[in-house]
Design a protein around this ligand. Structure first.
Ligand SMILES: C[S@@+](CC[C@H](N)C(=O)[O-])C[C@H]1O[C@@H](n2cnc3c(N)ncnc32)[C@H](O)[C@@H]1O
Length: 179
């Protein structure tokens, strides 16, 4: 009974929190579709010494997929929604790779990106606009950014991957940037 209460509480919390953040122009929790995951990991080109950040990591799906393709790299996720963060945390515990993955319940605008070699985002246009200034300030030269659906406003991408999906889907393009 207590467990059911807990699940219902987190579902309601998650719904209202996402709605509140959406009103402020922040992305709600919408996981990236599994069918495009291989294109994302390919576009990132993660190496053994890479440090991959997922800004708004959701349930950790992208980080886990990247970990499977390159187990020697380091992974960092930031997630602001407590209940979604807990899902990512459980996923992380299941991998038992505590040294390789770190997931923080934190607003990524307060994080330092200077150690990242690779960044992944699937966010809202307004957030991408605000992040662009932070990327220019903090990302080290050579850092690769891969972003789903919404490009940066000013910087030109070094590649655009057309996923060939119908207009009904939000994720139809992946943008690649090299800083
Ligand atoms: C569209 S989902 C993407 C989730 C995951 N990256 C994926 O692709 O499957 C965006 C996630 O970013 C989180 N988010 C939005 N704004 C955030 C912020 N300022 N700091 C941390 N997380 C944020 C949301 O709670 C949500 O889970």
């Amino acid at each position: 009974m207590f467990f059911i209460f807990l699940v219902v509480f987190f579902l309601i919390y998650s719904f209202f929190f996402s709605y509140y953040r959406l009103l402020r122009g922040d992305a709600p929790f919408v996981p990236v579709p599994s069918v495009v995951m291989s294109e994302i990991t390919k576009a990132l080109e993660i190496g053994e010494n890479s440090v991959v950040y997922d800004l708004g990591c959701g349930d950790g799906k992208v980080l886990m997929a990247c970990l499977r393709t390159q187990p020697k790299a380091k992974y960092v996720g930031y997630e602001i929604n407590l209940s979604i963060f807990l899902l990512a945390w459980i996923r992380m515990l299941k991998t038992k790779k505590y040294r390789s993955i770190k997931i923080f319940r934190k607003n990524f605008f307060g994080a330092d990106f200077s150690k990242a070699t690779h960044v992944f985002t699937y966010l809202m246009p307004r957030q991408m606009e605000k992040l662009e200034e932070k990327f220019e300030r903090e990302l080290s030269p050579g850092t690769r950014l891969v972003t789903c659906s919404f490009p940066l406003k000013i910087k030109e991408p070094s590649g655009i991957i057309e996923l060939g999906r119908s207009k009904l889907f939000l994720v139809r393009k992946i943008y690649v940037y090299d800083f």
